[in-house]
Design a binder for this molecule. Structure first.
Ligand code: SF4
Length: 62
């Protein structure tokens, strides 16, 4: 899983919803804390990716 800072609109939705995985840098843009989160967070990360208004969260499925 990855996130694109360049398109992140600093809405903070992902940080609010899954703080174990997403944080914000000093400019307020998304920072991935855990690119390979544990299975119990997968659903929350998928939901965050769908909710991201700029489609900046990318999930790679094997
Ligand atoms: S939800 Fe999307 S636009 Fe909002 S902070 Fe996260 S990556 Fe950025």
């Amino acid at each position: 899983m990855s996130a694109t800072k360049e398109t992140c609109a600093v809405a903070s939705l992902c940080v609010y919803n899954v703080p174990e995985v997403f944080d914000q840098d000093e400019d307020g843009q998304v920072e991935v804390l855990d690119a390979e989160p544990p299975a119990d967070l997968h659903q929350a990360v998928r939901t965050a990716a769908r909710a991201c208004p700029t489609r900046s969260i990318h999930i790679e499925t094997p």
